[in-house]
Ligand binder design. Structure first.
Ligand SMILES: [Zn+2]
Length: 198
């Protein structure tokens, strides 16, 4: 399995191809990936329909282990999926990927009164990340405030993976696994990396 730094470079190169509109001419196909899966990285991204992770990083079948949930939060099932990627598949890089104008983060900032209970508990997961970033009561968050909250939420989830998984924390402490966070911008297609302990 490739080293965390090499996996990160592969993601950066793939996003550069995506931004330039020059995709890999021979991506790994469904048939290329029929054997045991060997993804080179795991990505915890948002469910937003405008954030297809493989497309953003110009990757084919079998290359990325992707977990998607609204607000890219780290609940037990997401952490368990990432533990599987690390333990069973040998993945050495986990990327938490937030995105521009995330509706889940916006909901956490505005906290509408009528959220159904399960959605409310998802938004609760985001709240500790955005402490101190709230707009005035009833006000729409500004673009800058929302962007700051999106970045804070991606960082918070990356940190939560340490606390939520002794396995992942142990692998990171031993230098075998790295966790990075990043934000994807719809308007440019660019993924900006925030923090890398690679
Ligand atoms: Zn989102």
């Amino acid at each position: 399995m490739i080293a965390p730094q090499d996996a990160l470079e592969r993601l950066r190169a793939g996003n550069a191809r995506f931004v330039q509109g020059a995709p890999n001419p021979s991506p790994q196909s469904r048939l290329d990936a029929l054997g045991p899966q060997r993804p080179f990285a795991a990505v915890l991204g948002c469910s937003d329909s405008r954030c297809p992770v493989e497309a953003i990083f110009d990757q084919g079948f079998g290359e990325l282990f992707v977990v998607r949930v609204a607000g890219n939060v780290a609940d037990a099932t997401q952490v368990g999926s990432l533990e599987f990627a690390v333990r069973a598949l040998g993945v050495r890089l986990i990327l938490v990927l937030g995105h521009q104008n995330c509706g889940a983060v916006q909901a956490a900032l505005q906290r509408p009164a009528d959220l159904p209970s399960a959605l409310g508990s998802l938004v609760d997961r985001i709240e500790p990340a955005i402490d101190g970033l709230r707009p005035d009561a009833g006000a729409e968050p500004s673009d800058i405030l929302l962007a700051n909250a999106v970045a804070a939420n991606a960082r918070h989830t990356a940190n939560a993976l340490h606390a939520g998984s002794p396995l992942i924390d142990h692998e990171v402490a031993g230098g075998r696994v790295a966790i990075a966070s990043a934000v994807y911008a719809f308007d440019t297609g660019i993924v900006t990396f925030l923090d890398e302990d690679v």
